[in-house]
Each structure stands twice: as structure tokens, then as C-alpha cells.
Design a binder for this molecule. Structure first.
Ligand SMILES: *[C@@H]1O[C@H](CO)[C@@H](O)[C@H](O)[C@H]1NC(C)=O
Ligand SMILES: *[C@@H]1O[C@H](CO)[C@@H](O)[C@H](O)[C@H]1NC(C)=O
Ligand SMILES: *[C@@H]1O[C@H](CO)[C@@H](O)[C@H](O)[C@H]1NC(C)=O
Ligand SMILES: *[C@@H]1O[C@H](CO)[C@@H](O)[C@H](O)[C@H]1NC(C)=O
Length: 285
């Protein structure tokens, strides 16, 4: 890790509360995250956190913590949040990911109050693809419970118009959510990972992430190998090989071409607004 940016002191304070760090006899401790992957749902957050934990200076929380977006968790306070973090060595950086943070309007303020200097990672995919993927996940969840789910066309379009009430659609209006975050954090604190690129060719995107986090460059080509059967990259970590869960590469439903076209047109303006906000463009249809 870069020495010029020391991690913050490990004692934490919020609402007058102070907690002394507890250092385990094996030299590890739990730390509040210095990095949070805030979203987006179906953007590739699992792949990103798995790839980030290839780096020896990073300790990643296993589960989605949902601290800042779920009231029942948030009310338990920072000591509870801390207790959800992995054991790490003091010089390591802790990261958690909760994809729902990005689209929850109360979250930016809460994270800012904990640590205004925190580094945020946001992984995005083509908004149309993201909607289809979002639908697909809910569809399979319903299927497992033997429940019926509406065809995607009837959710996307109402009375001939794109249905803004469909939550999956709203989540893909990236500029709206980004505006909330930029009220509390400067753009320099939020690194946007191109999720389509991360799947296609992970290493260049991960090198950008290392640079943003000021990590010593460590992740390299031998950390990835292409699995032809799956059609995407798997990870190699100290000789241990692992691929992401099969549901991650699930086929999207067939969507009527006219509806797909409508969707692409619909996202044109919102995407443009997003590109203006972040000062860069993405290769979205
Ligand atoms: C240190 O101890 C903690 C708590 O028992 C454990 O979870 C962690 O895996 C240990 N880490 C190392 C590097 O031994
Ligand atoms: C879309 O999401 C934003 C942010 O969560 C919310 O404020 C807004 O009401 C939603 N719009 C619709 C039409 O549901
Ligand atoms: C890639 O990283 C691994 C683990 O850090 C290291 O052992 C290996 O020598 C590196 N390979 C290259 C080609 O740099
Ligand atoms: C490649 O993917 C297939 C299909 O999911 C899996 O059975 C196999 O174990 C994977 N091979 C490697 C080397 O990861």
C-alpha cells in the first residue's frame, strides 16, 4: 500500500460514541471500510469485490451488509457495522459491497457522516442490459418459488409508453442517483468501473481500480484465465481457481425487438446526462 496516505485512526466516533479497536492476538482487527462498492445492482459488484480481493492489501466483507440502507441495521450503529467487517491486518484496506446503496437516496449522507474521505467504487453496465438482468434475477427467484411473473414487456411498457414506475427501470437512470452522491462527495472520490469491460477483459479495469485506490500494482494477467465453457473469465488466487456462481452468466429473456428498441431510445437522454455528470462516456447502445 502507498505509505503517503495512511489509513484513518482505528477508533471510530459517531453520535458521541467512541470505540477502541480490539486487536486480536494474531495481529488482526476489524476496521470500518475505507472503500465501499455502492452498486449498481446487477452491475457486476460480486465480480468486482472478488477481483479486488486478489490484492494482498485488501480485506473484503463476505456478505452484503446493507447497513446504510436498511433502518433495522442502521439503528444498531457503527459498532454493529464494524462487527460485520472481516479481520484484517492494520495496513490492509477493508471493503464491503452493497449494490442497493447506489439507488437509495438516504445513503450518501450517511456514508459521508461516517467518513467524508471514503473511496467509493461504482460498477455500471449498459442500462438496458442491466434492466434485463434485473428482471431475469427476479424472474428466476419467482420461478424457484413456483410463482408466476409477468412477461417483461408488460412491465416495461404501459399504455404504449415506457413505464417509469417499474423499479428496475428507475435503477438504470444512473444520472439521477449519481446526482444524489455528488451532493456529498466530489467526483474524485467516486471511481466508475465499466462493468461490460470488466467481464470482457478484467485486467485493464482492475489496474484502473488499483490506481484509484493508490494500491501497489499487483493484480496481473496470471490472476485470470478464460473458461471457454462459461464464456467468461475465472480467477486464480495463489493457485486456487474459482469461477463466479453460475447465475451470474444467466441468459436474459427474449424481449420483443420493438420494446428493446423503445428501451434503447428511452435511455439515450439519461445516458447523455450521466456522461456529462462524470465527464466521460461509456459504450452503451
Ligand atoms: C485472526 O483471528 C480472527 C478471529 O478469530 C480470524 O477470524 C482470522 O481468520 C485470523 N486471521 C489470521 C490471519 O490468522
Ligand atoms: C426513482 O428513484 C428515485 C430515487 O430512489 C425516487 O426518488 C423516484 O421517486 C423514483 N421514481 C419513480 C417514478 O418511481
Ligand atoms: C502475478 O502476481 C502473482 C501473485 O502476486 C505473482 O506471484 C506473479 O509472479 C505475478 N506474475 C507476473 C507475470 O507478474
Ligand atoms: C469451466 O466452466 C465449467 C462450466 O461451468 C466448469 O464445469 C469447469 O469446472 C470450469 N473449468 C475451470 C478450469 O474453471
Amino acid at each position: 500500500m502507498n505509505k503517503e496516505k495512511e489509513p484513518k485512526p482505528n477508533n471510530i466516533s459517531m453520535q458521541g460514541l467512541r470505540v477502541q479497536p480490539y486487536i486480536h492476538p494474531n495481529g488482526t482487527l476489524q476496521q470500518l471500510p475505507q472503500i465501499i462498492i455502492i452498486g449498481v445492482r446487477k452491475g457486476g459488484t460480486r465480480a468486482l469485490i472478488e477481483m479486488l480481493s486478489l490484492h494482498s492489501a485488501v480485506a473484503a466483507a463476505q456478505n452484503e451488509v446493507h447497513f446504510f440502507d436498511w433502518e433495522s441495521h442502521f439503528q444498531r450503529g457503527l459498532p454493529w457495522y464494524l462487527s460485520q467487517m472481516p479481520y484484517s491486518f492494520p495496513e490492509q484496506l477493508t471493503v464491503e459491497k452493497t449494490p442497493a446503496y447506489f439507488t437509495s437516496s438516504k445513503v450518501p449522507k450517511r456514508i459521508h457522516r461516517m467518513n467524508p474521505d471514503i473511496k467509493l467504487l461504482l460498477i455500471l453496465r449498459d442500462p438496458t442490459e442491466r434492466v434485463l438482468s434485473d428482471y431475469t434475477q427476479v424472474f428466476y427467484n419467482r420461478l424457484q418459488k413456483h410463482k408466476h411473473y409477468q412477461p417483461i414487456e408488460s412491465l416495461l411498457v404501459k399504455d404504449g409508453e415506457i413505464n417509469l414506475g417499474y423499479k428496475a427501470l428507475n435503477r438504470s437512470l444512473y444520472y439521477r442517483h449519481m446526482q444524489n452522491w455528488l451532493q456529498f462527495f466530489p467526483l474524485e472520490s467516486i471511481h466508475v468501473v465499466d462493468g461490460d469491460e470488466l467481464i470482457r477483459d478484467p485486467l485493464p479495469e482492475m489496474k484502473k481500480v488499483e490506481r484509484f485506490l493508490k494500491l501497489e500494482p499487483q493484480i496481473n494477467t496470471s490472476n485470470f484465465y478464460f473458461n471457454k465453457t462459461k464464456g467468461f473469465y475465472c480467477l486464480r488466487d495463489h493457485g486456487r481457481e474459482r469461477c463466479l456462481h453460475d447465475s451470474k452468466g444467466r441468459a436474459h429473456p427474449h424481449v420483443a425487438p420493438a420494446v428493446l428498441h423503445k428501451l434503447h431510445l428511452f435511455f439515450h437522454e439519461p445516458n447523455k446526462k450521466f456522461f456529462e455528470l462524470v465527464g466521460r462516456t461509456f459504450n452503451w447502445k
